[in-house]
Design a protein around this ligand. Structure first.
Ligand code: NAD
Length: 371
């Protein structure tokens, strides 16, 4: 019996992406799987059912969820849908199991092999599977476009018959994957761009994109290449210098995050009050509470002439390319355990073992041989 792979139609509000494309369907077929796709799964990402059929997939019937050995999704299906999946099936996506108690229980009750891709170790080998990076790239890009749209000004310098327009000053807070893409995008739009981060290595990265590194005198490199939480003194110093600087900035795009914690609050209400009317803040960290005190997730508010946007689902706004990248990430992960038409989980492979939730099976040797 061939391994059955099912591509889910997403059900979360605002989700437009899909976890497989015709390109990755072909690769899954070449790896010996049968692929079924739920009707309409790709429509919001510009992929028709016919395009999947042309790639060799079949449309999923009513029994597909109960039969699939491997289920691909972007976000986790709800608890009720999880209960309808086959016992022991592998579920792959940005599942955030801990974010919802009922979902976590359903996943465990069903005995699924759960692979939340956000748990993937960020090693060189894992880069081709790294959904956090691929989706952050789209989010960073869109956040700057939203800022440009909201700002009552040009981003580039213009020399016109009506005189010279000075370029907008854009500050990117946090220079991880999303922040660096935001810097590159704002530069392409012609703005004067500055960025800062607490990881010292970002200076070179910001400068290589044509941005200026804003030195706030705080360095807080943590484990695994991530930032650590700042101490109270460090935070106070960062705040003091930033408050001064922000007065001259037209646009702020916030992207700072610390894994497993709410977004650090960096831009205070008092700092916003010190900004010029007509300034804009786009807070990409809104999903985890926001870097700005005034951010309201999913809303755009105005205070003292400053617009503060907290857009959600930024990656979904670019669903075509975000899905293309997400689907390749997912395929590359599936290829770790789908070989020659059979499933084989090598729990000695840290990419599988560390991604598995709540943890990889302990009987490693037996598992690797039996599956
Ligand atoms: P992230 O989304 O967790 O954080 C975004 C940025 O916010 C980070 O650069 C962080 O340093 C910064 N930040 C946190 N607190 C801050 C504060 N108080 N003030 C200013 N900035 C603050 O991070 P990310 O974008 O997912 O990635 C972070 C790191 O992981 C980078 O070094 C990146 O190169 C690395 N990475 C490695 C791989 C890989 O090798 N596979 C893949 C992706 C990312």
């Amino acid at each position: 019996m061939a391994v059955e792979v099912l591509v889910l139609r997403e059900s979360a509000a605002g989700e437009r992406r899909v976890a497989a494309t015709p390109e990755t369907v072909k690769k899954l077929l070449a790896a010996g799987a049968q692929v079924r796709v739920e009707a309409g799964a790709g429509l919001d990402a510009g992929i028709t059912d016919q395009a999947y059929l042309d790639a060799g997939a079949q449309l999923a019937g009513a029994d597909a969820r109960a039969q699939a050995d491997v289920v691909l999704c972007v976000q986790s299906p709800p608890a009720e849908a999880i209960a309808g999946l086959k016992q022991g099936a592998a579920l792959i996506g940005q599942l955030q199991p801990q974010a919802d108690q009922a979902r976590a229980q359903a996943l465990q009750a069903r005995g699924l092999r759960v692979f939340p891709l956000e748990r993937l170790p960020r090693t060189t080998r894992a880069q081709a599977m790294d959904v956090l990076s691929s989706q952050a790239g789209m989010a960073g890009y869109k956040s700057v476009l939203i800022a440009a749209q909201l700002a009552p000004r040009f981003f580039p310098m213009l020399t016109t018959a009506a005189g010279t327009i000075r370029p907008s000053k854009v500050l990117i807070v946090g220079a991880g994957v999303a922040g660096l893409q935001a810097i590159a995008t704002a530069r392409r739009l012609g703005a004067q761009v500055e960025g800062f981060d607490v990881r010292p290595e970002t200076r070179e990265q910001i400068e290589s994109l044509g941005g200026k590194f804003l030195d706030l005198g705080v360095s807080a490199a943590g484990e695994g290449g991530y930032a650590r939480q700042l101490t109270e003194e460090e935070r106070a110093e960062q705040q003091r210098r930033l408050a001064e600087h922000i007065r001259g900035v037209d646009v702020i795009v916030c992207t700072a995050a610390v894994p497993g914690r709410p977004a650090p609050k960096i831009v205070t209400a008092a700092m916003v009050a010190g900004m010029k009317p007509g300034s804009v803040i786009v807070d990409l960290a809104a999903e985890t509470g926001g870097n700005c005190e005034l951010t309201r997730p999913g809303e755009t508010v105005e205070q003292g002439g400053v617009t503060v946007a907290g857009p959600l689902d930024l990656a979904s706004m670019g669903a075509v390319h975000a899905s293309e990248m997400f689907a390749r990430n997912v395929y590359n992960f599936v290829a770790l355990f789908l070989k020659d038409g059979a499933l084989s989980f090598d729990w000695d492979d840290e990419l599988l073992a560390k991604t598995a939730w709540p943890e990889a099976p302990v009987v490693k040797a037996a598992e690797a041989g039996a599956a």
